[in-house]
Ligand binder design. Structure first.
Ligand SMILES: NC(=O)c1ccc[n+]([C@@H]2O[C@H](COP(=O)([O-])OP(=O)(O)OC[C@H]3O[C@@H](n4cnc5c(N)ncnc54)[C@H](OP(=O)(O)O)[C@@H]3O)[C@@H](O)[C@H]2O)c1
Length: 403
């Protein structure tokens, strides 16, 4: 029997306990012997829950029980999750987590602590919810050089953008609906401003590079300024609008990492990722494009990913499971101004001659009404685009086009 504990009996933590029970027979086929949840740490009591008798409020009770071999941290936030995780690893207890905030901030330090104390720190559920992503990247794609990672990594914003696209709602109406359905938090800032996607693309970039890419270095734009007119312009270009986390490794090895709304061509598999679903396209130098798709959040999908880590930890007790993410110098980002790409532009109709002069032969006019001109630029760097766009007094929006 492997004794385990859960920290935080919320949406994910309660799903982990339930999944281990409901699928116990299936799990036994993989890991002989039972995986038993001995303690659940939470602030509240849960008198009506079948797990209510396992609730404790003092972390030291878990830490001081020599039978505990695995901890699932599903509390969220940096503190006290960081202190609890570190103390557990220092005692040789393996930890798995769904907490992307903690992984983005302290991932390499906690991986190194696990290595030093002959246990493991795993975080499959921290990116892409239920989608197997981190382990395939670490194991199945270990032999490839990762050239790019492009993902729809936040279900809330994807739901909002999909609603805006299908039903013509404006951003605020779509956000309200997402909140009513429980897909968006009452304070949606981390989602709609792109910070959640930023944390996840920073984690994936760090794993692809093998060194920390700090999430503070992700260039970040959210979706609050996206309008119906942007959707119409994207349609004219044969695209849909999606919030992407994008990470490309430049020739000199520096990652170019950004989170922003993109016009995604209908021919891209990412254009088919709708509602709360997530999709991630990874390009390896040998394997080519590999697509991962599934539910990026929710009780059971996320619990499924946490429990996949639990099984891995149970099978590797007393060993460090390697994660290629060195706790050393940060990877410097390539400056955003150097990024090259095509831009979808909306500007006032009076700017037509100026636009033609500024953007030259590469410019492709898509539609020109009495009021508005919509066009695609040729390939430009971000800095070149900003210089030229400054010459358009009627500029309304620009969206990067995914290549
Ligand atoms: N929900 C999802 O679909 C999803 C998907 C992927 C990743 N995640 C991540 O998984 C983590 C957990 O998310 P969640 O949605 O399950 O959150 P949640 O429902 O709020 O659950 C967190 C639980 O931890 C408890 N808790 C908080 N601080 C504690 C402390 N100091 N000591 C003991 N218990 C404490 C909370 O108690 P109170 O309620 O009393 O504060 C709550 O019961 C987060 O990092 C989140 O980003 C969630």
């Amino acid at each position: 029997m492997t004794e385990a504990a859960i920290l935080g009996f919320g949406i994910v933590g309660s799903g982990v306990a339930e999944l281990l029970d409901r699928n116990a027979d299936r799990i036994r086929e993989r890991v002989p012997g039972e995986i038993h949840i001995k303690y659940i740490l939470d602030l509240r009591e849960f008198p009506d829950s079948p797990y209510g008798d396992r609730i404790v409020h003092d972390f030291d009770r878990i830490l001081e029980d020599p039978e505990i071999r695995i901890i699932c941290e599903t509390m969220g936030g940096k503190e006290p999750a960081y202190q609890f995780t570190k103390r557990a690893l220092e005692k040789g207890i393996s930890v798995c987590t769904s907490n992307k905030e903690l992984v983005a901030a302290y991932g390499p330090e906690l991986i190194a602590a696990a290595r030093e104390h002959h246990c493991s720190y795993l975080f499959e559920a921290s990116v892409g919810g239920g989608i197997p992503l981190i382990r395939p990247l670490e194991n199945c794609l270990a032999q490839d050089r990762i050239e790019s990672v492009v993902g729809i990594l936040n279900g809330t914003t994807n739901y909002i953008l999909t609603k805006m696209e299908r039903f013509g709602s404006d951003f605020h109406a779509a956000l309200k609906e997402a909140q009513e359905k429980g897909y968006a938090e009452q304070n949606p800032e981390a989602d709609v401003e792109g910070h959640d996607t930023g944390r996840k693309i920073a984690i994936l970039t760090s794993l692809a590079a093998g060194r920390t890419f700090a999430y503070e270095d992700v260039y970040c734009e959210g979706i609050t300024a996206v309008t119906q007119e942007d959707f119409a312009a994207a349609r004219a270009a044969g695209c849909v609008v999606r919030l992407l986390g994008v990470s490309c490794f430049e020739g000199d090895g520096r990652p170019m990492v950004l989170t922003a709304p993109f016009a995604v061509p209908l021919s891209s598999p990412l254009a088919m990722v709708n509602d709360v679903f997530n999709g991630v396209l990874i390009r390896g130098n040998m394997v080519g494009d590999v697509m991962f798709y599934g539910q990026g959040a929710g009780r059971y999908p996320t619990a499924s990913a946490v429990v996949s880590d639990v099984l891995e930890l149970a099978l590797n007790e007393g060993r460090w499971i390697p994660v290629r993410w060195e706790n050393g110098e940060k990877t410097e980002p390539a400056p955003i101004g150097e990024r090259r790409g095509v831009f979808l532009v909306r500007t006032a109709a009076e700017d037509r001659e100026r636009a033609a002069a500024l953007f030259g032969e590469g410019m492709q006019e898509l539609s020109a009404g009495q009021d508005e001109l919509v066009f695609l630029t040729g390939e430009l760097s971000e800095a070149e685009f900003a210089d030229r766009a400054a010459g358009l007094p009627g500029l309304r929006s620009r969206i990067r086009v995914l290549r």
